[in-house]
Structures are given as structure tokens and as C-alpha cells.
Design a binder for this molecule. Structure first.
Ligand SMILES: CC(C)(C)[C@H](NC(=O)Nc1cc(F)cc(F)c1)C(=O)N(CC(=O)NO)CC1CCCC1
Ligand SMILES: [Zn+2]
Length: 186
């Protein structure tokens, strides 16, 4: 199972590398990686297991964060209540944002990252809505439209595949600058 010690932190060059596209059909190794990454998110969102193994509760994890420079990321956005279905759950492979809203969106609380052990305040300016094309582990091509929180999570993970970290999108001189059409997502 993936533990916090397997997650690389700022300073590790893999976090700033351009990840390689994944080949299909998935190798045994890549299948296991996809499974392990999703299992990390599931375990980390279970308070008992998170405490037992010292896991930070995560909604997304990209392969470069476990030092594998491949275009693969697990996303698990939970539903409102414990028994509700997840809002979005999949391993996105070779993802491409094929279109997006002109309108920007940002989390009101800013962002953090499993690979960044410090707080960086400010609005992380992203697209409020995206159309995402990706392959799942079965090699099926998917095309989905996401908005608000799930859209933010997927953009955060896709950034990791291109060596981009969340604070690269924060306005350094005015971290909380917001033009009037910015959608603030809570
Ligand atoms: C960095 C961390 C604070 C752990 C962040 N979690 C989070 O924002 N809240 C959260 C956690 C849950 F488990 C369930 C839930 F609904 C909300 C996160 O997982 N990430 C993922 C990451 O670092 N991927 O590389 C950072 C988020 C910032 C915006 C999108 C992803
Ligand atoms: Zn991250």
C-alpha cells in the first residue's frame, strides 16, 4: 500500500518533469500503480485507516507524486454524506482538457498538495468548467464535463503530469486578487 513516505515532496525533480504518456494495454506494473493510487485515496478518506497509517486525507494523487513520471492520476471526490456515491471516482490516463470555460474558478480556501509540506495562501486561478478527455484503466476513451470542485481537483492532478504545482497559479503580488467573474468555490 502507498504510505506518506512513498509520496515525494517539493525539491524532488520528478515533480517538475513532463510525465510520459501511458501505453495500452496497461502493463502489470501500471495496473498495480493505478490500483495502489486509488487505494491510497480510499484508505486516506477512511478516518480509522488514515489514523492507523498516518495518511493525509486525499482527493487526488498523480503518478509523479509517487515518483513515477507517467500520465496517470487517481481522483476520488467524495459525495456530500458518507453513504453517498462519490461525485467523481476514476483513474485518469493520458488526460487532455479539450475545452474549458473562459470563466475562471478558484477554491475560496486556496489549495494545498500532498507533495507540499507548507501552506501557500492565495487563490489558485483555474477554469471553472472543463471538458476532459482521458482513458480509463480498461483503455476506454472517456469524455466528461466537470465544473467547480471536481473540475478543480482534476486540473490540480493534470498539472502534476506537466510538472506544475498549485502555487504556480497564485498571483505573487496580490495572492487574493480576483476579477469580478472569478467563481469562488467553497
Ligand atoms: C493536500 C490535501 C489538503 C490533502 C488535499 N485534500 C483536500 O483538499 N481536501 C479533501 C481531502 C479529502 F480526503 C476529501 C475531501 F473532500 C477534501 C488533497 O488531497 N489534494 C490532492 C493533491 O495534493 N493532489 O496532488 C490537494 C487538493 C487541492 C485542490 C484539489 C486537490
Ligand atoms: Zn498535488
Amino acid at each position: 500500500m502507498i504510505k506518506m513516505r512513498d509520496i515525494i515532496r517539493e525539491g524532488n525533480d520528478t515533480l517538475r518533469a513532463e510525465a510520459k504518456p501511458v501505453q495500452f494495454p496497461l502493463s502489470e506494473t501500471d495496473q498495480k500503480l493505478a490500483k495502489d493510487m486509488m487505494e491510497y485515496l480510499e484508505n486516506s478518506q477512511d478516518p480509522e485507516l488514515a489514523r492507523k497509517y498516518g495518511l493525509r486525507a486525499g482527493v487526488g494523487l498523480a503518478a509523479p507524486q509517487v515518483d513515477v513520471s507517467k500520465q496517470m492520476a487517481a481522483v476520488l471526490v467524495p459525495g456530500e454524506t458518507d453513504d453517498a456515491d462519490p461525485v467523481f471516482k476514476d483513474v485518469i490516463i493520458n488526460p487532455v482538457i479539450v475545452s474549458h470555460s473562459v470563466q475562471p474558478g478558484a477554491l475560496t480556501e486556496g489549495e494545498g498538495c500532498l507533495s507540499v509540506d507548507r501552506d501557500v495562501a492565495g487563490y489558485v486561478i483555474r477554469h471553472d468548467r472543463i471538458t476532459l478527455r482521458y482513458y480509463n484503466t480498461a483503455g476506454e476513451q472517456k469524455k466528461i464535463r466537470l465544473k467547480n470542485y471536481p473540475a478543480i481537483v482534476c486540473q490540480h492532478e493534470i498539472d502534476h503530469l506537466h510538472g506544475i504545482l498549485f502555487y504556480d497559479h497564485i498571483n505573487t503580488s496580490q495572492p487574493f486578487a480576483a476579477d469580478d467573474d472569478l467563481v469562488l468555490i467553497s
